[in-house]
Design a protein around this ligand. Structure first.
Ligand SMILES: [Zn+2]
Length: 311
């Protein structure tokens, strides 16, 4: 929510002038337009449908106007129509916000249930692959990760795994990797601590490759809240700049990632995650309750030629 002063409610008001979040909306929506064009240019039946859906995503935004502090007003998203296409920049942004909100809500419960456990953040990578081999490579990574979790040395009580894919600099390759947030037993650092070099060896064995893969492991300090790492884990599967950069790469990415899973959980965190998944996928707002001091509502529409939302 953002605040703004009353006098600026005028005709042709730009959302970006009314709210700091307006610029963010404009950016994601402009990228959605590019994605819709990528799909439209593909001339494939399935992609034509995506093109139409993304093109019509969040074309208008209705905000509640709420009383803020010191005579300011605040905008709170009330209604819109999302396309829910997986790689739509607006929808993936809203989805990441929704997951972040959901997870931050449940985290105190996990910490309460396992107060002495420590958290580790891990990145497991493989060499870049050709974008047309992404699905195969992801299968290999996921199988290798399963192998890793079945080893005796894997003493984590629970973990969340997210798959990220970035675009290789050569324009035809992809860099798939895993981000893991793992919950370690209190004894992890005194008994059975595993060095970074050892992790590289273990991950290499699980991958069954003849090179040393890049691995990063860092412990979240005792006094630090694991919440700080959640945005990293639940950030976009593919960066928006990579989605829009190259139509061919993007279309192949869509084919390769079709029906693959982005985020999953294991160990005791699986149950917490299941509870989250069962809740509805509300991309408008996590807190639906209407506020008593509701003033009125404002509607902004997307002006493609200006690249802005305007009242
Ligand atoms: Zn969308």
């Amino acid at each position: 929510m953002d605040s703004f002063q009353l006098p600026i409610i005028k005709k042709r008001l730009k959302l970006s002038d009314a709210s700091v979040a307006g610029k963010i909306w404009d950016k994601h929506r402009a990228n959605a337009q590019k994605i819709a064009e990528h799909y439209a240019d593909a001339k494939e039946e399935g992609f034509a449908r995506y093109a139409w859906r993304v093109k019509n995503c969040s074309k208008w935004l209705e905000f509640d106007l709420l009383n803020g502090e010191e005579d300011t007003l605040q905008l709170k998203l009330k209604d819109t129509r999302f396309c829910r296409v997986r790689h739509c920049p607006v929808c993936q942004w809203r989805r990441s916000l929704m997951w972040k909100a959901k997870t931050c809500k449940i985290l105190p419960q996990i910490i309460n249930d396992y107060p002495k456990h420590r958290w580790l953040f891990m990145t497991l990578t493989v060499k870049n692959c050709h974008i047309e081999e992404l699905r195969l490579t992801l299968n290999q990574i996921n199988k290798s990760f399963k192998r890793l979790t079945e080893l005796k040395m894997w003493r984590f009580k629970g973990w969340v795994k997210s798959v990220e894919v970035t675009k290789g600099r050569d324009g035809v390759s992809a860099h798939p990797h895993l981000h893991i947030l793992a919950m370690a037993p209190p004894s992890y650092f005194s008994h059975g601590y595993i060095s970074q070099a050892k992790w590289v060896d273990i991950w290499q064995q699980c991958l069954k490759v003849n090179y040393q893969p890049v691995v990063h492991v860092s412990a979240i300090a005792k006094h630090q809240d694991p919440e700080i790492i959640i945005p990293e884990i639940l950030k976009y599967q593919v960066k928006e700049s990579d989605l829009v950069a190259d139509a061919e790469w993007f279309l192949e990415l869509t084919r390769q990632l079709h029906k693959t899973r982005g985020i999953s959980a294991g160990g005791v965190l699986k149950e917490y995650m299941r509870n989250l998944e069962e809740k509805s996928e509300d991309l408008v707002n996590e807190n639906k309750q209407t506020q008593a001091d509701e003033e009125a509502s404002l509607c902004f529409t997307w002006q493609a030629t200006l690249g802005k939302y305007i009242k």
